[in-house]
Design a protein around this ligand. Structure first.
Ligand code: NDP
Ligand code: OXD
Length: 309
């Protein structure tokens, strides 16, 4: 009854202690030290090597270290019929609420423009647009997107959201479905991407969709690098369609040295740390799901393989 932890380059030491504390008696191995593979019943993973999970003959449940499971589903050879449980955790959600709120306010308060003026010794007061005249649109109203939308409402921003199925969230103008996207985008002064990366959402942040945004809109992508058609971003800024972007995620991570995003004055780069699963709470969540599984109760937060999230 072993759990295999696979999250390179994380050495796994903290996760192992936390898992052993949360479920005493559960042996935990950290990849590549698998021990006898016949003993492995559970795997807790973040971007496992392709084919690894299919090679575990007695694997029963796969757990994701993160909320997004694209790095697991991209293994085209997952063991058939094995459930995949994604990470849902208030700390993980709360960190993203903090990140999105921080960068939305930074944009709204024009912190960068003030810093540029200060660098030139320039005293140049700026009148801010009222909150209620400023629209923020969230792509993805799942666990994390909904929490971010709810957190922005009390500031007075006009908050809108877009998802696959129709939502009702107090104070949020909710839109749903592919056909509603252009109209949704047309009123987003700030667009925040919090979608899962799937075949349907890959490349959604592209020139064609930027064209629907108000001139000078700002972008925050804290979901996955694959959502952004990277080659479309700087041209959209040069055309004035976008005024800038805060990016936490990239097609290639770490963002390669010399990539133009590193030095572009209107782009803020953060190193995929908008939010992270808190280890102790994440371990307790996995232990709780194992307990449910062994008691014959249904697992929670299961990934729908057809939808891809
Ligand atoms: P959820 O699965 O709870 O929510 C996903 C949302 O996206 C749902 O509202 C869903 O709609 C919507 N959606 C999915 N596909 C489509 C589509 N084709 N068209 C319209 N809407 C769609 O995910 P979470 O909120 O937990 O996480 C979202 C993502 O955030 C993760 O997948 C991950 O990529 C990213 N993330 C990034 C982190 C970072 O540090 N940068 C940290 C944590 C997460 P519906 O509700 O109708 O199903
Ligand atoms: C996640 C992430 O999906 O950290 O949880 O990106």
């Amino acid at each position: 009854m072993t759990l295999l932890f696979v999250s390179e380059p994380d050495p796994g030491t903290e996760w192992r202690s936390a898992l052993e504390a949360a479920r005493p008696g559960l042996p935990v191995r950290v990849y590549p030290d698998t021990g006898p593979i016949e003993a492995i019943r559970y795997a807790l993973v973040w971007r496992p090597p392709a084919g690894l999970l299919a090679g575990l003959p007695n694997l029963q449940v796969i757990f994701s270290v993160g909320a997004g499971v694209d790095g697991i589903l991209s293994d085209g050879n997952l063991p058939p019929g094995k459930p995949l449980v994604r990470m849902v955790n208030p700390g993980l959600t709360g960190d993203m609420v903090e990140y999105v709120t921080c960068h939305a306010l930074r944009w709204h308060c024009e912190v960068e423009a003030h810093a540029a003026n200060q660098a030139q010794g320039k005293w140049a007061p700026r009148r801010r647009k009222p909150f209620e005249a400023t629209s923020i649109g969230i792509l993805g109203l799942g666990v994390i997107g909904e929490a971010c939308a709810r957190a922005l409402v009390p500031f007075g921003f006009a908050v809108r959201g877009w998802s696959r199925s129709q939502k009702r969230i107090e104070g949020v103008d909710c839109h749903a479905g592919h056909d509603a996207l252009p109209d949704f985008l047309s009123a987003c002064d700030l667009l925040v991407c919090l979608l899962p990366l799937t075949g349907e959402t890959r490349g959604i942040l592209c020139a064609e969709n930027f064209a629907h945004l108000p001139q000078g809109a700002y972008l925050i992508n804290a979901a996955r690098g694959g959502h952004l058609a990277e080659a479309d971003l700087i041209p959209a800024m040069e055309a004035g369609r976008l005024s800038g972007a805060t990016l936490d995620v990239f097609e290639t991570e770490p963002l390669p040295a010399g990539h133009p995003f590193w030095t572009h004055p209107a782009i803020t780069v953060t190193p995929h740390d908008a939010s992270m699963t808190p280890i102790a709470a994440g371990a307790r969540y996995v232990a709780g799901q194992i307990e449910r599984f062994e008691a014959g109760l249904p697992l929670e937060n299961l990934v729908d393989f057809k939808r891809g999230y």
